[in-house]
Write a protein that binds this ligand. Structure first.
Ligand code: HEC
Length: 143
């Protein structure tokens, strides 16, 4: 409940009575359902804890970040590092559907893509909820 409570959430509580509305308002995705889908499809290789790189890089605060820039992650492909991609709802949606269509020759394998747009939206809403509190992330050392 408190994990992503923040100013926006507080405002949303005042205006609409739902913290999740603030987190999901752009994509229309459901971060709760997204967490489940994330656990099923991504968690073998990724967690969203800051600095916790596994087989794949930490996806903490990934929305709005430049691709290939997670600190301390040593296994980026040259393709990812030089892609110039910035992760937003659009690029993430395409990447989760088919990574090769966004970053050719990337190293995110084996991964077969998620064809269902609803599930992708939910995962992105979840990732956004793990990016909320940008205050927390700047405090934790990006700048
Ligand atoms: C089999 C392991 C694996 C699975 C499953 C997987 N990933 Fe990845 N992911 C990786 C690896 C490895 C990379 C680094 C790829 C590279 O450098 O080319 C990566 C990179 C990424 C990046 C780019 C990160 C950055 O720092 O730029 C995003 C975003 C991402 N994955 C999201 C997801 C999501 C969302 C899912 C589930 C829908 C998922 N991944 C499933 C292994 C995986």
């Amino acid at each position: 409940m408190t994990r992503s409570t923040c100013f926006l959430g507080f405002l949303a509580v005042l205006t609409s009575g739902a913290v999740t509305a603030a987190l999901a308002q752009d994509s229309g995705g459901d971060p709760k359902a997204g967490q489940l889908a994330f656990n099923n499809n991504c968690r073998t290789c990724h967690v969203t804890k800051e600095g916790d790189n596994r087989l794949g890089p930490s996806l903490h605060n990934i929305v709005g970040s430049k691709a290939g820039t997670r600190e301390g992650y040593a296994n980026y492909s040259g393709a990812m590092k030089s892609s110039g991609v910035v992760w937003n709802e659009k690029t993430l949606d395409r990447f989760i559907e088919n990574p090769e269509s966004v970053v050719r020759n990337n190293n995110m394998k084996p991964y077969k893509g998620i064809p269902d747009p609803k599930i992708r939206q939910n995962i992105i809403a979840y990732l956004k909820s793990q990016s909320a509190g940008s205050g927390a992330s700047s405090k934790a050392g990006e700048s």
